[in-house]
Ligand binder design. Sequence first.
Ligand SMILES: [Zn+2]
Ligand SMILES: [Zn+2]
Length: 479
Amino acid sequence: MLSIGDKYWGQEGKIDLAIETYMASLDKSRAFFRHYFVIIWRLSEKEMWTGLISFLEKLLLKADDAVITDFMGYGINDEGESFALPLARAVKETNRWDVLASIYDKAIAAGPSFDYRTLYRVHYLYGQALLRRNGHEEAGLAPLEAIFHLSAPTGRDFERASIIQLVISNLVPVYLKLAKSKTNTPETKERHFGKLEELRKQFEALGAARTDNSDASIALARYLHVRGDDAGAKALTRGYIVQALEMLSDDDPENDQMSFWNLGRVFSVFDDMVNAPAAWEMMSQSTQADYQAYLDKKAVWEKKVEAKRLAKEAKDAKEATSETTPTSTDGKGDAVDKDAPNHGSESAADDDTQSEDDIEEPDEPDRAIAFCDGCGDRWMAPSEIWTCMDDGGQVQFDEKCYRKLQEGTLAKAICDRDHTFWLLGKRDDAKLDAVPKGSVLVGGQVITQEAWKKQLRTQYVEYDAVAAEAAVVDVSPSK
Ligand SMILES: [Zn+2]
Ligand SMILES: [Zn+2]
């Protein structure tokens, strides 16, 4: 019956019939999970949210509990997003939050029959979906926090640590929003700051299994900065700065863009508006350099393709004129035939394989330096960008979406108007284009990149040693 449904789906004007057939098929069997994921995807692609809700209700809720266990067990790890995102969108569009709760509550109730990873995914996707509901963020915290209490099998400390850090990085901005919200009472705010402190302890408790530079460390550093503990915050971001500075000093220009992006995130944590514009500018320059490198590689590639085409033409022409008899013993009269690549040591084939490797078309890199988290518009230049400091530099808005956020009309549930923002102003082309290569404009002054990196090291990595030394005697060499 599912295949009949598929047939209808492919025919003009028969989509409703297809959905009816899919629904009817569930009366016979609920075992074709792989197929159900395809149906979910199809319905969401056509934005048929009511149909999608009906399908999932029938598949998962109007069935015995074993179905939901099997369904989640089958797909939540591999296909979790392709199930959870359409479901989250559908409940939002149809305001059927009851269906979301029923599905996940039922799945969580079946918990003991899941392994650690599956159970974590169920909680995580549930929390994520709830966080998308404007004004109901607190509801989403519970399933995410429950992940802390899931017991991981022995020997999987690092897997657990990476899961815990992911959850922390999701929770911190929400608690920070609640802790800073103007509508909350001082007591409520204090309670939320208390939660943030608990999260920091959870992070520390991970001990050696912790990652030095995770999203969690950025998120927690922001919390500490907001609370006035910059030394604690810098200890958390040190790993980021060290790695970024190292990558900027190696010979691989391709990782520079990421390094500047990570520097920018740390600057957001500390409201460092002196260094942040420099990080944006340098990120933009390295993006452009990547693109130029791609254009150069592509030109070489095009030349090679053309040369190969000409060589083949010449070869074909030659063969056509000097039609020879099959010479060799193993009957490879048509040895140049392209459909038989495994000619062993046969030389013509060897040449073919080699040049095939040589002329791989280079991948086109993205020319955009960032995109607006409200509407998806992309920035090609570091100009007129609102950055959210509380989301650790991860969330950006253009003017239009920033305004919507402030007015409360932004459709997407992301960030919060009570968060702290910083506007990277309109790029001063004349001034910035005049900065020589290898230098950077920081705080109105042009300095070499090396000098800038040294400053950053002093400010963000060796800050305690510097402070200690300065307390004894000023030994810093004069510049
Ligand atoms: Zn936008
Ligand atoms: Zn934000």
